[in-house]
Design a protein around this ligand. Structure first.
Ligand code: CMC
Length: 427
């Protein structure tokens, strides 16, 4: 006999036996449980706290144990051993590439890094102080106008060119957004250097004949890209899947994902952490700030997670990467404040009982700042690598026969039906 759940409805006295599989109850089966008026039972789950919306083989998180795997591989091994593009291939195709596959993949990505000149003009049309995420979102959504085949209904059967294009163009779009804000001329990509090195060159090259970033800094950014490449059904990935569910192509879906990522409770947290550290200003102000957090005055940004109830494994790797970066750049003075915040929070009853630990965003901003980025760029640095995860999830959803257009229910709280009153009779 299969696993079942027996439910007795005390409203009607009826008993129901509902199937359970993979530790999951189908919400649709609840609808069989009807009240005296025949209304089926509905599950209410704001923020989808306990609702699975898909089967996925891309990433796995065990929140209590602090585990993150991509396609079965521990994040620690991938961060130590792989380049970002190798991991992007793994996410998109499900297996690590062979040497020949990686060569071809890198070649293809390198040769799609240029963006259409009109997209460059679009970025140019923004005010200089526009947030880079606003530019990135618009530029990505505009790409479907340049590659109209990306809207074909059966694209999911052969999306490989679009996937390569988008992964390739993200660093160029982000770098151009940054150079535009800084009032600097754009630097075009080169086809003979790595993805991450190309990105740093497009960002930071000034008058040098042959700008080459410090390889230790390239490695640090590569590790950060690996750590941010996917994180199963988070807010932005769910947005990508939702927008895809009405039949959209990758550029529209990823542009929507960028919008979701922008929020300070999601990818915008890294920017918010840095602002918070600056506001605290000195290590002696930390206890007062923590008191404010505990009385509801502020949130400790970069702390807490919906799924991790243990140290976020990515935060642990980032913390050690920060030390490698500071060996090259000198220590970021805000590190001392961050370490003190972490020390106090990890001992404090408020944070301990709520199981709030540092997440991926707590230390990443310190590294980004040491690498020379303004806080406004931080979330764009998250969006570039997350594109591989979004595309893997977009493709998985589009090829999943179980998926339907997303259309949740609501609990209506408005007025009962009433009738129109002409304006001269309204009180
Ligand atoms: N500082 C202070 N209190 C917190 C924090 C925090 N950072 N996070 C959660 N809490 C408290 C919250 O007030 C609540 O307390 P109570 O039970 O007394 O009402 C309890 O912990 C549970 O919080 P929640 O808001 O119900 O939890 P959630 O799962 O809905 O939110 C979160 C998760 C990540 C949005 C939240 O922890 C948060 O706002 N953190 C700060 C922002 C942040 O760092 N976001 C990055 C997340 S990781 C990267 C990513 O997803 O992009």
């Amino acid at each position: 006999m299969g696993e079942t759940l027996t439910i007795r409805d005390n409203r009607t006295g009826e008993t129901y036996e509902l199937p359970v599989s993979e530790g999951t109850l189908r919400a649709k089966d609840l609808f069989r449980i009807r009240d005296a008026d025949g209304h089926g039972l509905v599950s209410f789950d704001p923020g989808m706290f306990n609702t699975a919306t898909c089967h996925s083989s891309v990433a796995y998180i065990h929140g209590d144990k602090g585990i993150l795997d991509y396609r079965g591989y521990p994040i620690e091994e991938l961060a130590e051993r792989c380049s970002y593009l190798e991991v992007a291939y793994l996410l998109v195709y499900g297996e690590l590439p062979t040497g020949a596959q990686l060569d071809q993949w890198e070649y293809d990505i390198n040769h799609h890094m240029f963006i259409p000149e009109n997209v460059k003009k679009l970025i140019d049309a923004f005010p200089y102080d526009a947030h880079p995420m606003a530019k990135l979102m618009s530029a990505v959504s505009s790409l479907h106008a340049f590659y109209p085949e990306s809207r074909e209904a059966d694209l999911h059967l052969s999306p490989h060119l679009q996937i390569r294009r988008l992964i390739a163009k993200m660093p160029t779009l982000a770098a151009f957004s940054y150079r535009h804000s800084a009032g600097l001329p754009f630097v075009y990509p080169r086809d003979d250097i790595s993805y991450v090195e190309n990105f740093m060159r497009m960002l930071f090259m000034m008058g040098e004949r042959d700008y080459r970033p410090d390889p230790r800094l390239v490695h640090a950014l590569e590790v950060l890209f690996v750590l941010h490449a996917d994180h199963e059904q988070n807010c932005s990935t769910t947005t990508v899947r939702t927008v895809a569910s009405s039949g959209n192509g990758p550029y529209t879906c990823v542009s929507a994902g960028i919008g979701a990522l922008f929020g300070p409770l999601h990818g915008g947290a890294n920017e918010a952490v840095l602002r918070m550290l600056r506001e605290i200003g000195d290590v002696s102000h930390v206890p007062e700030f923590i008191r404010g957090v505990k009385t509801g005055g502020a949130r400790l940004m970069g702390f807490g997670h919906r799924v991790y109830k243990n140290y976020d494994p990515r935060a642990r790797i980032i913390k050690s990467t920060a030390h490698d970066v500071f060996e090259v750049t000198g220590v970021n003075p805000l590190l001392e404040i961050a370490l003190e915040l972490e020390r106090i929070a990890l001992e404090d009853e408020y944070f301990v009982t709520r199981r709030l630990y540092p997440n991926v965003d707590f230390y990443s901003g310190l590294i980004y700042e040491a690498l020379g980025f303004e806080p406004e760029m931080f979330t764009a640095l998250f969006a570039i690598p997350r594109t591989a995860g979004w595309l893997a999830q977009w493709m998985e959803g589009a090829n999943d026969a179980e998926q339907k257009i997303v259309r949740p229910k609501q609990i209506y709280t408005g007025p009962a039906r009433r009738h129109f009153v002409p304006i001269d009779q309204r009180g």
